[in-house]
Design a protein around this ligand. Sequence first.
Ligand SMILES: Cc1cc2nc3c(=O)[nH]c(=O)nc-3n(C[C@H](O)[C@H](O)[C@H](O)COP(=O)(O)O)c2cc1C
Ligand SMILES: C=C(O[C@@H]1CC(C(=O)O)=C[C@@H](OP(=O)(O)O)[C@H]1O)C(=O)O
Length: 388
Amino acid sequence: MRYLTAGESHGKQLTTIVEGIPALMPLTKENINESLLRRQKGHGRGKRMQIEKDLVELAGGVRHGYTLGSPIAMVIHNDDFKHWEDIMGEDPFPEDQKIRRTVTRPRPGHADLNGAMKYGHRDIRNVLERSSARETAARVAAGAVAKTLLAQLDIKIIGYVREIAGIIAEENMEMPIQERMEISEASPVRSLDADAGQKMMDAIDQAKKEGDSIGGVVEVYIEGMPAGIGSYVHYDQKLDGRIAGSVASINAFKGVEFGIGFEAARKNGSQVHDEIAWDKEKGYYRKTNRLGGFEGGMTTGMPIVVKGVMKPIPTLYKPLQSVDIETKEPFSASIERSDSCAVPAAAVVMEHVVAFELAKSLLEQFPHDQFPKLKEALDSYREEIRSF
Ligand SMILES: Cc1cc2nc3c(=O)[nH]c(=O)nc-3n(C[C@H](O)[C@H](O)[C@H](O)COP(=O)(O)O)c2cc1C
Ligand SMILES: C=C(O[C@@H]1CC(C(=O)O)=C[C@@H](OP(=O)(O)O)[C@H]1O)C(=O)O
């Protein structure tokens, strides 16, 4: 199972192709649109999200509500394209407009300067159009297909915000996943804690007023993955490693933690490892879940708990200093628009990239061309694990 995306932020459309989903799996565009619309929400986003209404067009691989086993092609149109046709269309700029319309001022913290040097672009627009997190809409579409597969295998997944600008939403470890879903969806910052949520919103408003940006920590929580998914035998089969890679690949993500994460460095082994217990009904389980659902690159059967840290947005109304690549002169220009905080949206993105890795590892372990056979194989594996 794999996916590719294509498309520029202000170009015509984003395209996603997902390969490897078995045939005969129920899938509708509503499954995908629900995820896309969730990604667009969240306090702190800029004007662009008022222009876009992300809706998917299923362009291949699905017929009459079921997957065909062929690649699934999805298109999301950029509504903003109509404002950018002269800049993003096929025709080059007329000579007399070239200098004025070419982007030559790289933003610190974005892909601008490194991307321009690597690909030899003297117009930084050729970099920023693709490095933009607009691409995460296409990734969420791929993840939504994976999430639909997981849901039909009784695996639930949700992403929410744990921290923004140092304000922490304390977690009640006992909170069931359904409650996590409902509370975070109702919160404008996807927080699990109303008091912290209000403080987060205030911090976002304050940052915006000051022309600055803020980052935070998001968490993805998964229930229903049986023990033993992933493997210890090769570096690239370790599921926690794959998840870490996919999370770090999200725009502006700078770190990943499982369970208590970096806190483990400051604790003794007896305070970190989760004791093993057994119950006639549910089989083996851990008395605690400090390792966040992974041992040896494989799931333990406990909930998977993974956090990602997002740095503050690099485009600032209060700009940092940089150097114009044509004149080599320093500048500090003002900008037209940007998000001041995209942490709530990033929680939805992280949920979807993690969902993709989970679905991919399940299909590697239980390769089936037909979805009902995958379901049957997983049910029988679950029974085997329970009575082990
Ligand atoms: C949902 C989301 C929205 C974002 N919005 C913006 C934005 O409005 N302006 C901006 O400069 N960066 C934004 N970013 C972050 C940049 O895309 C990111 O910092 C850039 O691609 C450079 O990559 P790096 O930070 O991973 O090094 C956003 C990221 C995400 C996940
Ligand atoms: C378009 C999205 O996010 C964009 C990500 C982004 C960036 O530099 O990463 C910059 C902004 O784009 P624009 O300059 O057009 O306002 C965000 O709006 C989106 O999330 O769909």
